[in-house]
Design a binder for this molecule. Structure first.
Ligand code: SF4
Ligand code: SF4
Length: 334
């Protein structure tokens, strides 16, 4: 997944033999040619505020020795700074001082300006070395969060004290009262959650809801969808947590495997049947209703009627109204 013009720029850099000191300017910049002569100036195809954080960090891995983002020609420098400053802060916290933001209008030698959506053919390609890029490009299909974490790990191999104090886009979860229903696990887009059922005796197990902080994007889907409402966030993880692959416990509970349907459910009584199967056993009709009976409120006609606020007597007989609330035509007798 790529955004803006940085994928083309990454590809161009990866084919160049020498690393570059890059200077990025907004698409609207009227004339970025004056400035420091040793830099390679690239005019982006969009505003700096639209540059993805992971692509900016990845530039340092594919051939940029340094990246200076110039905001003096940006029509919305505050938004541009809001996009780039967190990246600069995070990298500096990890001891990487190779991305900067510049707001002054430099007045020095004039340089050639490259357009991000019209970069020249890399020299390696011109020399017939198309098969061998100088540096490996990021995996384009990985999601932005995974690419950002991978790039930061490559640049910052060990956590610094500053990174232990810097918030990352990942939530530290708490789940006291969890029932191990698995909903949050299924709801988590990047697969940052799983439930581990420890082996216990007699069908009883200690189950733990585990989170991988490095994979969490902080989307809150798990919290929003937890049916018991027990899942919450106590704040963000620090960036140092995202530099390692590890799982942390969110909730621990005792579960039993249902002897009838095989699902795990929380138990403190030693019951071997989950609540659903217990209900079905005690209900002579099980989950099947008697012929001709419609559970009030579950028939699509009833639901539509309830939505419209004009449901009268609920009846086992078929409704005389159609699904849109209109009177059905009377069928001729015989
Ligand atoms: S916040 Fe989103 S990414 Fe993080 S664990 Fe919950 S569902 Fe997964
Ligand atoms: S935290 Fe909520 S959604 Fe996740 S397993 Fe526990 S009860 Fe189910």
């Amino acid at each position: 997944m790529t955004t803006g013009g940085l994928h083309a720029l990454q590809s161009w850099l990866a084919h160049e033999v020498d690393e570059r000191d890059l200077e990025l300017v907004c698409a609207e910049h009227p004339d970025p040619s004056p400035g420091e002569p040793d830099r390679t100036v690239v005019r982006l195809s969009a505003c700096v505020r639209d540059v993805a954080a992971h692509e900016l960090v990845e530039l340092l891995l594919v051939g940029a020795h340094s990246v200076a983002v110039r905001l003096d020609g940006c029509s919305d420098p505050a938004a541009g700074a809001a996009r780039v400053d967190p990246v600069v802060r995070m990298l500096r916290a990890g001891g990487v001082d190779r991305v900067t933001v510049e707001t002054d209008d430099p007045a020095e030698a004039r340089r050639t300006v490259l357009e991000a959506d019209g970069l020249p053919v890399p020299r390696r390609l011109l020399l017939g070395l198309a098969g061998g890029v100088a540096r490996t490009l990021p995996v384009p299909d990985d999601d932005p969060h995974t690419r950002l974490v991978s790039a930061v790990r490559a640049l910052v191999p060990t956590a610094t004290r500053e990174l232990t104090e810097l918030d990352a886009p990942s939530l530290r979860l708490t789940g006291h009262g969890c029932t191990a229903c698995d909903v949050c696990v299924l709801a988590c887009p990047p697969g940052a959650l799983r439930i581990q059922h420890g082996s216990g005796g007699g069908g009883i197990a200690i189950s733990t809801l585990l989170q991988t902080p490095a994979a969490c994007t902080g989307c809150r889907s798990c919290i929003d969808l937890c049916p018991t409402g027990v899942l919450g966030a106590v704040g963000p993880w620090p960036w140092s947590e995202l530099l390692v692959d590890r799982e942390v416990g969110v909730a621990t509970l005792t579960t039993a495997r249902c002897e009838r349907c095989g699902t795990s459910f929380p138990t403190t009584s030693g019951n071997r049947c989950c609540p659903t199967c217990t209900y079905r056993r005690s209900n002579p009709f099980g989950s099947a209703l008697p012929p001709g009976f419609t559970m009030p409120g579950t028939d699509i006609r009833d639901v539509r009627m309830l939505e419209r606020g004009h449901l009268g007597e609920l009846s086992a007989e078929p409704s005389s109204l159609d699904v849109d609330g209109r009177q059905r035509p009377v069928e001729p007798a015989g």
